[in-house]
Design a protein around this ligand. Structure first.
Ligand SMILES: *Cc1c(COP(=O)(O)O)cnc(C)c1O
Length: 400
C-alpha cells in the first residue's frame, strides 16, 4: 500500500491530497482496499455515486450497451440518443437537452448558452453580457469557471481571467437585486453550496431568485450537479422551494458512477439558440453514456431513492443534531442524505478527523479546514449509516 501511494506521489501531479487508502474494489456503500480492509463510503464520489458502487441495474445497462455500440461521435445519430434526451428533458419538466461529459463542461455550456441567448433573444449589445454568481461558489475547474471563483486556492495563478461575471453574497436577495442589470443574461447558483461546506440558503432565497430573475428577464441557471438527482430527498434541490429554474445543469450521479455524463437541460427558447457547429463535444451524448443515464433516469422515476434520502436524511440530521452544540461540533447543515459538519478547530482539522475516521473504517472528505462532508450513497442501509455515525461519535469523543 505504501508503495502504491509513493508511486502515485512520484508520478502524478499533486493537485489532490488523498487519504492514505488504496481502493481495489467496491460494492454498494462499501469499498475494500488492496489489503482487504473494508471502508464505509460516506462521500460517494461527491454524489457521483448516489446509487452506490457497481449498482446492478447500472452495470447491466452498461454491459448490454458495451455489446452493441459505445461511441459514434455526434457526426451520426445513434439509437439511444433521442431516448436519452427525451427522457431527461421529461424528468426535468423541460424541452431540450445538450449533453456533455463532466460538470465543468456543462457549466461552460450553460455560460455559453446564456450569453448566446442574451445576444440572440434578449437583445444584449455584443460583448456586454453579464452573469451574476454567488460568493463561495463551486462550479468546476476550467479557466472561465475559476475566473468567478472566490476561493484563492482554486483561482490563484490562472489569470488572465474571463470577464463578464459579478459576484454577490450567497443568500442575499438585496445584493442580487442590485447586481442584476439590463445586460444580465443569467444568475448562476448552486441551490445548496456543496464544496463551500453544504451551505443551505435561507428559506425563501431560491423562490426569491426565481421571482427576481423572471421579473427582470434574465435566466436562472441552477447548478444541480451535486445537489440534484436524489441527494436532498427530491429529484432537484430547487423543488424544496417549489422552484423551477430556466436551466438545470446536471452531472455527477447522471453517469451512475460508471461513466462521466453531464447535461444542460432547458426550454426550446434557450437551447434552441444553437446552430450546427456552434458548440460540441466528441464524447457528449455517446451511446454508453446515454444507456447508463437512461437507467439512472428510470431509477429516479421510481421515487425510491428520493424517499430513502428523505428518510435516512431525517435520521442523519436528527443524530447529528444531538452532536451539535457544546462539544466539538460547532454547526451541522444540510438536507437529505447530505451534511456539512463544522468541527471546533481546537479538536483537530477536518483532515485529522477524516484520517481518524479512516482508521475506524469510514471514508469522508474534509473541506475548508474544519468542515467535514457526509454524503453516503443513497443505497446505504440504516444499520450501516448508524455504524458510520457511531464511528464519528467515537472520533469526536475525547481520547480518540
Ligand atoms: C463537482 C461539481 C462541478 C464540477 O463537476 P466536474 O465533473 O468535476 O467537472 C460543478 N458544480 C458543482 C456544484 C459540483 O459539485
Amino acid at each position: 500500500m505504501e508503495r502504491a501511494i509513493a508511486a502515485a506521489e512520484a508520478h502524478s501531479a499533486h493537485n489532490y491530497h488523498p487519504l492514505p487508502v488504496v481502493v481495489a474494489s467496491a460494492e454498494g456503500a462499501w469499498m475494500t482496499d488492496v489489503e482487504g480492509r473494508r471502508y464505509l463510503d460516506m462521500l460517494a464520489g461527491y454524489s457521483a455515486l448516489n446509487f452506490g458502487h457497481r449498482n446492478r441495474r447500472l452495470l447491466d445497462a452498461a454491459k448490454a450497451q458495451l455489446d452493441r455500440v459505445t461511441l459514434t461521435s455526434r457526426a451520426f445519430h445513434h439509437d439511444r440518443f433521442a431516448e436519452f434526451c427525451t427522457e431527461l428533458a421529461d424528468l426535468c419538466g423541460m424541452e431540450m437537452v445538450l449533453p456533455m461529459n463532466t460538470g465543468a463542461e456543462a457549466i461552460e455550456t450553460a455560460v455559453k448558452t446564456a450569453r448566446k441567448w442574451g445576444y440572440r433573444v434578449k437583445g444584449v449589445p455584443d460583448g456586454k453580457a453579464k452573469i451574476v454568481v454567488a460568493e463561495n461558489n463551486f462550479h468546476g475547474r476550467t479557466t472561465t469557471i475559476v475566473s468567478f471563483s472566490t476561493d484563492p486556492e482554486a483561482r490563484a495563478d490562472y489569470g488572465p481571467y474571463t470577464p463578464g461575471f459579478e459576484i454577490v453574497p450567497y443568500g442575499d436577495l438585496a445584493a442580487l437585486d442590485a447586481a442584476v442589470d439590463e445586460h444580465t443574461v443569467a444568475v448562476l447558483l448552486e441551490p445548496i453550496q456543496g464544496e463551500a461546506g453544504v451551505l443551505v440558503p435561507p428559506p425563501g432565497y431560491l423562490a426569491g431568485v426565481r421571482e427576481l430573475t423572471r421579473a427582470r428577464g434574465t435566466l436562472f441557471i441552477a447548478d444541480e450537479i451535486q445537489s440534484g438527482l436524489g441527494r436532498t430527498g427530491a429529484t432537484f434541490a430547487c423543488e424544496h422551494e417549489g422552484v423551477v429554474p430556466d436551466v438545470y445543469v446536471l452531472g455527477k450521479a447522471l453517469g451512475g458512477g460508471v461513466v462521466p455524463v453531464s447535461a444542460v437541460v432547458s426550454s426550446a427558447e434557450v437551447l434552441g439558440v444553437y446552430r450546427p457547429g456552434e458548440h460540441g463535444s466528441t464524447f457528449g451524448g455517446n451511446p454508453l453514456a446515454c444507456a447508463v443515464a437512461l437507467e439512472v433516469i428510470a431509477m429516479l422515476r421510481t421515487g425510491e431513492f428520493q424517499q430513502r434520502a428523505t428518510e435516512l436524511g431525517d435520521h442523519l440530521h436528527s443524530e447529528l443534531g444531538l452532536l451539535a452544540g457544546g462539544g466539538p461540533v460547532r454547526e451541522v447543515r444540510g438536507r437529505g442524505l447530505w451534511a456539512g459538519i463544522d468541527i471546533d478547530p481546537a479538536h483537530g482539522t477536518g483532515r485529522e478527523i477524516s484520517e481518524k475516521l479512516m482508521d475506524r473504517g469510514v471514508l469522508v472528505k474534509d473541506t475548508h479546514g474544519s468542515t467535514i462532508r457526509i454524503a453516503p450513497p443513497l443505497v446505504i442501509s440504516k444499520e450501516d449509516l448508524d455504524w458510520g455515525l457511531a464511528q464519528l461519535r467515537g472520533v469526536l469523543s475525547a481520547g480518540d
